[in-house]
Design a protein. Structure first.
Length: 202
């Protein structure tokens, strides 16, 4: 049996990753169907269209700052939201309390005192906001806090760790007093630790 429908679903384009694709033909006898992408590329998929998430473009609004705000979100919608945010130079997106960070592979002016002040006054997707949350729990609970930075090679883990340390240095006392009463800059102490952290892997 061969049928046609105008429904659009999310499908993996062989070049452009997740893309909305229009269902072109359905072959129920073979258990396959074909979809057409915006560039007219045709792709055969197994199963039925009901097995795939419908492509609702209203759910991939780049103004979404937390993926948990999107009801029944699927992988494709999460990918498209993050992609659209990156197009707008927004490289951080919350997924609940976790933060997804995309390495822009270029200089972006998003690590400075202005962003640090924002982190203290409002919840915004940024590594500083994660640091502020951990610091707040440390102050109120008086217990050690952990921020886990994980990702693939060249994803920006080392740089992210540096910005975490810089934020913690700004939020604590500007100096530490040693036993001999000499003032030692916390920034210098953290900076000296970077080389060791880089050596063992961050």
């Amino acid at each position: 049996m061969d049928g046609r429908t105008s429904r659009t679903i999310w499908a993996r384009h062989p070049v452009h990753e997740w893309q909305p694709a229009r269902i072109d033909t359905v072959d129920e006898d073979r258990g396959v169907f074909t979809v057409e992408f915006g560039d007219k590329f045709l792709l055969e998929l197994s199963g039925t269209p009901a097995d795939y998430a419908p492509a609702l473009m209203s759910k991939v609004n780049p103004k979404v700052t937390n993926l948990c705000e999107v009801e029944n979100i699927c992988e494709a919608e999460a990918f498209m939201i993050i992609k659209n945010r990156c197009i707008g130079d927004e490289y951080f997106t919350f997924a609940g309390s976790a933060l997804i960070s995309v390495n822009p592979q270029k200089y972006v002016n998003m690590y400075n005192n202005e962003w640090m002040r924002k982190a203290r006054n409002q919840i915004h997707p940024h590594i500083y906001s994660v640091a502020e949350t951990a610091f707040g729990h440390l102050e109120h609970e008086l217990q050690n806090q952990f921020v886990i930075v994980t990702g693939e090679s060249n994803s920006g883990k080392t740089v992210t760790n540096r910005h975490l340390h810089d934020y913690f240095a700004q939020r604590t006392s500007p100096t530490l007093v040693a036993k001999d009463d000499s003032a030692i800059s916390l920034h210098i102490r953290i900076e000296n630790a970077h080389a060791l952290l880089d050596a063992v892997g961050s």
